[in-house]
Design a protein around this ligand. Structure first.
Ligand SMILES: [Zn+2]
Ligand SMILES: [Zn+2]
Length: 372
């Protein structure tokens, strides 16, 4: 069967032939891949910026955003059967018994850094026909999301952040009641999303569906498929080529939440200056090497302290965020069926995966499909 692999030694990316895997552990499941999303992480791995093969291998099969169908289960598998749809999580725990996060099943908060990640770090990924893994790392997907499940993993970035935001909001002003329905938790609050890539747009959808007055701020000029999508979810798109951050503050009032999905430090620091009273700033983008940014740490410190602000960095996601993402995806599909469809530009065979990684744009989220 085919797999898309990166060879960091000779710096090659190519389609290779690999043997089908076999069940090894009693709680293993065999997955037939249906859809695998391509994202910036894959592009960076294929540009040899990072990405580590499993020990002893000279290559890494990439792919970490997947929707799969269970086709075989080991004798100890209890909650899954052939035909079930699942999204496999990405990170696997470190072996250190003192790592409280991993011991608790929350390897997304691993404190040793010795975790592995399928398709990224020391474990092969999902850009291949068949994959075997333990049942505990699978998140079941309802059949109604058969066409959209591939969006789960990129949406978990926002969901993990929002779970923490709502926890914070329950414990500090505006004292969100834990009984508040999911679609009213952001009521009366405004949220600013930086960036209109898949992570930004999915984050905007999660914020809009939670009731936030949502703005998306990015470079591109409207109209475009991305800016149209922002309008269809009832959010407001603003181009940074037309309006400054200070204009946003004037228009939005107190900016309660900023969701950064660009990974550009200059832009993020400029945005931080308009974060409002008691505001929470979520950082999800990982900046590459950039020119030195001149900033004024004293005034930022003053602002963070005097306005009771929170800076929250977040990476990867646990099972709870995957489950929350699936719940939100169902809401998206119910509320904005055409928008959810528009997120996936098309499905392409694995032979074309390299084109998707190295340039050809295919809608907002590029998807490689193994469906036949
Ligand atoms: Zn990704
Ligand atoms: Zn750990």
């Amino acid at each position: 069967m085919k797999a898309l692999a990166v060879f960091p030694g000779p710096r090659e990316v190519k389609l290779i032939e690999v043997d089908p895997p076999r069940l090894a552990e009693p709680d293993d499941v065999m997955l037939k891949m249906l859809d695998v999303g391509i994202c910036g992480t894959d592009k960076e791995i294929c540009s040899f910026e990072y990405g580590t093969p499993p020990p002893g291998d000279d290559h890494l099969v990439i792919g970490h955003e997947a929707l799969a169908e269970v086709v075989e289960v080991g004798p100890a598998v209890e909650g899954l059967k052939s035909g079930d749809l699942v999204v496999p999580t990405v990170r696997r725990p470190c072996p250190d018994p003192k790592c409280r996060a991993c011991v608790a099943g929350h390897q997304d908060f691993c404190s040793t850094g010795n975790f592995t990640e399928r398709g990224i770090k020391e474990a092969h990924g999902y850009l291949t026909s068949l994959v075997v893994d333990r049942e505990r790392y699978m998140v079941p997907v309802p059949p109604v999301l058969a066409d959209f499940g591939v969006l789960t993993e990129p949406l978990t970035i926002a969901e993990k952040a929002l779970m923490q935001v709502f926890w914070l909001m329950e414990h500090r002003p505006p004292w969100l009641s834990p009984d508040t329905p999911a679609d009213r938790r952001g009521e009366g609050l405004s949220a600013l999303v930086l960036g209109a890539g898949p992570v930004g747009l999915l984050g905007a959808m999660a914020l809009a569906v939670a009731g936030f007055n949502t703005y998306v701020y990015s470079r591109e000029l409207p109209p475009s498929p991305r800016t149209d999508l922002v309008a269809t979810i009832g959010a407001t798109y603003v181009s940074s080529q037309q309006r400054a951050f200070s204009d946003l503050r004037d228009e939005m009032g107190n900016i309660d939440l900023i969701y950064e999905a660009v990974g550009h430090s200059d832009f993020a620091v400029a945005a931080l200056r308009v974060l409002g009273q008691n505001g929470i700033f979520i950082l999800t983008g990982v900046p590459g090497m950039e020119a030195f940014v001149q900033s004024d740490p004293a005034s930022l410190m003053r602002q963070l302290v005097l306005k009771n602000q929170v800076l929250l960095g977040t990476v990867n996601a646990g099972r709870d965020a995957f489950a929350a993402a699936l719940e939100d995806l169902e809401r998206f599909v119910q509320r904005w069926p055409e928008t959810a469809t528009a997120l996936i530009g098309g499905r392409y065979p694995v032979d074309e995966a390299q084109d998707l990684i190295f340039g050809r744009s295919a809608g907002i989220k590029s998807v490689v499909s193994f469906r036949t």
